[in-house]
Design a protein around this ligand. Structure first.
Ligand SMILES: [Zn+2]
Length: 269
C-alpha cells in the first residue's frame, strides 16, 4: 500500500485558548509555539508521532514555555527555529526575513517573514504550494487572528499595518493558523466597526455555531480575512468612517492611521 504522505495540521489546545499547531505526515511531526509541553507530549503519544522540529514565532511564554521540557524528554538534538533579538529557550537556529526553513521529515519548506507589531522580533512561517500540501499555509503566531490582530505590546501601528500587508499579498486560499481562539470576541468588535458587512454577519453565525459544538474556528484563510477582518480592511469606507467617528479626527491619511485608531479602540472595547 502506498503511504499517503499528505501533510496534516492539527490543533493541540493549551491553556485557556491557545492552539499549538502540529504539522505531521503520520510519522514525523513539527510543533509551532509549544507554550506547554504536556498537551504536546500527550498528543504525540496518542498519535504515535516523533517530534522532529519546533517552530517559534515570538518570545512570549505561552508560545515558548514548553520548549525546554520537550527537548529534555524527546531529544536535545531537535532543532528549534526562532526569531533573533529575543531570548527563545532552546533556540538552535535564528531565522530572518527571506530565510527558508527546509525540513526533511516531515518534508516541508517554509519561508520566514518578519512581522513586527505584537512584538518587535515576531516572525511568521509561510509554506507555499508544494507536493504534499493541498493549500498554502501560514503560521502567523499572535500577529493575525481570525477577525482580529495581536495587541501592540512592542511595535507601532505602522509596523503592524506593514506586517498585515505582507499577509494580504499572499494567495487568497492560504490557510491561516492563528494561535488563539479569540474569534467570537473579535467578531463582536468587528461588527461594531462594520455593522453592515454582510460577510461578517454570516461569519458571525458560522463561528458561533462552531464554538457551540466546541470546534475550532480555525484555520481561517487570507481571502476570508480580507472580507471580515477590520485590521485588514483599513482602506474600506465603513472602517474609515467608524475610525473617524471614534477618533474625532477630520481625516486619517493612511491605512496605518486607521489601524492605530481601531487597535486602540479594541484595547478598551
Ligand atoms: Zn504573544
Amino acid at each position: 500500500m502506498v503511504k499517503n504522505t499528505l501533510l496534516q495540521v492539527w490543533p493541540i489546545p493549551a491553556f485557556d485558548d491557545n492552539y499549538i499547531w502540529c504539522i505531521h505526515d503520520g510519522d514525523s511531526a513539527l510543533v509551532v509555539d509549544p507554550g506547554d509541553a504536556s498537551p504536546v507530549l500527550q498528543y504525540l503519544k496518542q498519535e504515535n508521532l516523533f517530534l522532529k522540529g519546533i517552530l517559534v514565532t515570538h518570545h512570549h511564554a505561552d508560545h515558548t514555555g514548553g520548549i525546554l521540557q520537550l527537548l529534555q524528554l524527546l531529544g536535545s538534538s531537535i532543532p528549534v527555529y526562532g526569531p533573533a533579538g529575543d531570548d527563545i529557550p532552546g533556540r538552535t537556529q535564528v531565522v530572518i526575513e527571506g530565510d527558508k526553513v527546509e525540513i526533511a521529515s516531515p518534508r516541508i519548506s517554509l519561508e520566514v517573514y518578519e512581522v513586527p507589531g505584537h512584538t518587535l522580533s515576531h516572525i511568521a512561517y509561510f509554506a507555499n504550494m508544494q507536493a504534499n500540501i493541498v493549500e498554502p499555509m501560514l503560521f502567523c503566531g499572535d500577529t493575525l487572528f481570525a477577525s482580529g490582530c495581536g495587541r501592540l505590546f512592542e511595535g507601532t501601528p505602522t509596523q503592524m499595518s506593514q506586517s498585515l500587508a505582507k499577509f494580504m499579498a499572499l494567495p487568497k486560499n492560504t490557510l491561516v493558523f492563528c494561535t488563539h481562539e479569540y474569534t467570537l470576541s473579535n467578531i463582536r468588535f468587528a461588527l461594531t466597526v462594520e455593522p453592515n458587512n454582510a460577510n461578517l454577519i454570516t461569519w458571525a453565525q458560522t463561528a458561533k455555531s462552531l464554538r457551540e459544538q466546541n470546534l475550532p474556528t480555525l484555520p481561517s484563510t487570507i481571502g476570508q480575512e480580507l472580507q471580515v477582518n477590520p485590521f485588514m480592511r483599513c482602506d474600506q469606507k465603513e472602517v474609515i468612517d467608524s475610525a473617524l467617528k471614534v477618533s474625532g479626527e477630520k481625516t486619517l491619511p493612511s491605512p496605518a492611521h486607521v489601524l492605530a485608531v481601531i487597535r486602540a479602540w479594541k484595547d478598551r472595547f
